[in-house]
Design a binder for this molecule. Structure first.
Ligand code: F6R
Length: 260
């Protein structure tokens, strides 16, 4: 696992570099998309590169990590709409090439199975962007999730509802109670995992993710078992890392050509 400690804007540029390099080499790249605050600067940077440098998503496929259950199709916080607004519609990405689990399906387990199948049919995810919850979740795999789990329905913890209330006018009661989420086993099949975390409130989760024992109590720790995982953190999110100096030293002496 590689840990890079840098200012937020620099982290966003690094993630965008990794995505750009995939898209330039293979326009039909499959990208895994996260919602929430963590990837927003990456999406801004990708939109800028599209507008100013001709970076194209026209042939790319995108798969979202998760979706709330039951939010109306036109609700601005429905993740499908968030991804359209934050990235897909800001670049040349055809709407039908970006998919997410269907939180409005009448048969939710069937929708989850169909979603797994569509990721498989696309050849799997090349690069998966991730954020981390303060309770250590990735996607919406809350503490206690099976490390081998697949796309399924989950109940959000109260902590996650409280954390996400800011997207619902600060009203925790308006945050949905359930979601559909890629499982940890699903996420682990992506070829490169790139997790972004900023702010002191993420410091304990980041410490556990990188340095804690692998455990369902901190679901993100499963990433320690991935052969190509990159953790991009600012100073505040890195503030509890025991080996921070070593990560800094390693990154500082990394050859430029290596990329993430
Ligand atoms: C969202 C997702 C979540 C968030 C996490 C952090 O698609 O999968 O795991 O990444 O809740 O959220 P932010 O980035 O808003 O702090």
């Amino acid at each position: 696992m590689e840990v890079v400690i840098a200012p937020e804007q620099e982290l966003a540029a690094l993630a965008a570099d990794a995505i750009e390099s995939l898209l330039r080499r293979r326009p039909r790249t499959v990208l895994g998309l996260a919602t929430g605050s963590s990837p927003l600067k990456v999406y801004d940077e990708l939109a800028r590169r599209h507008a100013e440098e001709g970076l194209s998503f026209a042939e790319a496929r995108g798969f979202m990590l998760d979706e709330y259950v039951g939010l109306a199709a036109d609700h601005p916080e429905r993740y499908r709409n968030v991804i359209a607004t934050e990235i897909a519609e800001r670049v040349d990405w055809p709407a039908d090439q970006v998919r997410g689990p269907d939180g409005l399906a009448s048969d939710l387990p069937a929708a989850c199975a169909a979603y797994e199948e569509s990721i498989r049919a696309a050849g799997g995810v090349d690069l998966q962007l991730l954020g981390i919850g303060t309770d250590g979740h990735i996607a919406f795999n809350e503490p206690g999730s099976s490390l081998a789990s697949r796309t399924r329905i989950k109940t959000l913890t109260r902590q996650t509802q409280v954390d996400n209330a800011r997207f619902f006018d600060g009203d925790v009661e308006r945050v949905p109670t359930h979601c559909l989420t890629q499982g940890l086993g699903t996420i682990m099949e992506a070829r490169h995992l790139v997790l972004l975390a900023t702010g002191k409130h993420k410091a304990e989760a980041v410490h556990q993710l990188v340095e804690g024992p692998v455990s369902a109590l901190w679901p993100a720790t499963v990433m320690q078992l991935h052969p190509h995982a990159t953790v991009l953190v600012d100073e505040a999110a890195a503030s509890r890392l025991q080996l921070a100096d070593y990560y800094r030293q390693t990154y500082a002496s990394k050859p430029d050509w290596q990329g993430l």
